[in-house]
Ligand binder design. Structure first.
Ligand code: MV4
Length: 444
């Protein structure tokens, strides 16, 4: 087992990882930018290293600074958290070259799943349903021919895209050529890889993702699903488990498909398989995430399994020591992301001093955050400042518990989206579970 881990991240996820390390008796190294000197993760870590100025490109994305900090402090492993370098195959490779364990899958698997076209091909070969579509296109003429076969509306997706980046919808053949050329150019400039493929636009659909935990010895367990259909501009807002629409029969089939994915890829560590599911319960592979996800606490609440500790154990080469039959999914959990933004001002990000903070509590009420009383929320980073997660035996109780917790939360001095979250939880379609990926777009 590692004796010291460097956390290459900031905010609530850095705090979460440090807490897991403390429970495991592992020393921690925090890295921070000049804007994060007063950040909670710096205080909680055993050691800390300033890695550069505020902008992420000069600090939290600065691979050389981060690797140097790990070498200088003698950290045996680096935990990348989510976002930032967590799915960067080059960084994982550079960790390997420095003899430092990257807590995540291998660079090869990160690359393979990062290439959305290769991921689709891998899933098809494994017998996992993928969205009807075609492989990467080599010309606009080929694209037009494929588009006519697939039918409209369809999506043009960038091979190097993901999480909503590099996606363009086309509603008719007349629009196709211009849309394809624009999509190619956009992907070329954003990702340095313009290659695109087509997918039939499925609608209405739910976004259902399956959490996998795999060790190095072929041990694979599926820890249930999370529904993440409530998204705004591809940013998840609310996640819940189980999904109202996933029956035990569908869950068994989806788990089976997810385990097939893990075997096909030879997956190690924590991984999430994202599906789109239509109203008939038919599901289709969308993409695979090779990182710890923001919404992991939802799964922790319904399984009682600490995902971060297991991610670290697996990276240290330990076997799971338990099997699928030992996994029990109990009750219901909901997560609301709390962002420093003003939904009434087109979600303008907010920063500044938190003048009054009261964090809700009670049985199975959890608030993962790095903010504290009088903390100054900096303007340089992602607007998410915390995650409110609740668990109860039934979805109705969990909804009431979340509403009560949102009401109890006091966060003065900066704008936040808790009232919008309350609105969504009171929406009849959300309450009934009859909601799809267009839920937020429909609200306008
Ligand atoms: C889709 C889709 C419908 N049909 N692909 C958006 C982000 C990225 N994960 C893929 N996304 C979608 N891909 C096909 N063929 C609908 C979406 C989508 C979506 C997916 C999940 C959760 C929220 C979403 C919001 C808008 C669109």
């Amino acid at each position: 087992m590692f004796s010291k881990i460097l956390i290459a991240n900031r905010g609530e996820i850095a705090v979460r990882i440090i807490r897991a390390c403390k429970e495991m008796g592992i020393l921690t190294v925090a890295v921070f930018s000049e804007a994060d000197r007063d950040a909670l993760h710096v205080s909680l870590a055993d050691e800390s290293v300033c890695i550069g100025p505020a902008p992420v490109k000069d600090s939290y994305l600065n691979m050389t600074e981060i690797l140097s900090a790990a070498v200088v402090t003698g950290a045996q492993a680096i935990h990348p958290g989510y976002g930032l370098l967590s799915e960067n195959a080059l960084f994982a490779e550079r960790c390997r070259q420095c003899g430092i364990v990257f807590i995540g899958p291998s660079p090869e698997v990160i690359s393979q799943m990062g290439d959305k076209d290769m991921a689709r091909k891998t899933m098809k070969a494994a017998g996992v349903p993928v969205v009807p579509g075609c492989d990467v296109l080599s010309s606009v003429e080929e694209g037009r021919a494929e588009a006519e076969k697939i039918g409209f509306p369809l999506l043009i997706k960038a091979r190097a895209g993901g999480g909503g980046k590099g996606i363009r919808r086309v509603d008719s053949l007349e629009e196709f050529d211009a849309a394809y050329l624009a999509a190619y150019a956009e992907a070329e400039s954003s990702f340095g890889d313009g290659a695109c493929y087509l997918e039939k636009y499925l609608f209405p659909v739910k976004h259902i993702e399956m959490q996998l935990l795999c060790d190095r010895f072929g041990g694979i367990v599926c820890l249930g699903e999370r529904e993440c259909s409530i998204q705004r501009k591809n940013q998840k807002m609310i996640e819940e488990s189980p999904s109202v629409a996933v029956t035990p029969q569908i869950r068994e089939k989806m788990m089976e498909a997810s385990v097939k994915v893990a075997k096909a890829v030879g997956y190690e560590g924590l991984g999430t398989v994202e599906f789109l599911m239509d109203q008939g319960g038919n599901f289709y592979f969308m993409e695979m995430n090779t990182r710890l996800q923001v919404e992991h606490p939802v799964t922790e609440m319904v399984t009682g399994i600490d995902l971060v500790k297991w991610q670290i154990r697996v990276a240290a080469g330990l076997p799971l020591g338990f099997e699928q039959k030992d996994v029990e999914l109990r009750g219901c959990a909901i997560e609301c992301r709390i962002n420093a933004e003003n939904p009434m001002e087109n979600f303008r990000p907010s920063c500044g001093k938190i003048t009054l903070l009261h964090i809700p509590g009670g049985p199975w009420v959890r608030f993962d955050t790095a903010v504290y009383q009088d903390y100054f929320v900096p303007p340089f980073y992602d607007s998410m400042i915390g995650k409110l997660i609740v668990h109860a035996q039934t979805r109705e109780e969990a909804l009431r518990k979340m509403q009560a917790a949102l009401c109890e939360l006091v966060l003065e001095g900066i704008d936040n989206n808790s009232e919008l979250q309350m609105d969504i939880l009171s929406d009849k379609d959300f309450i009934s579970g009859d909601y799809y990926t267009d839920f937020m777009a429909k609200r306008g």
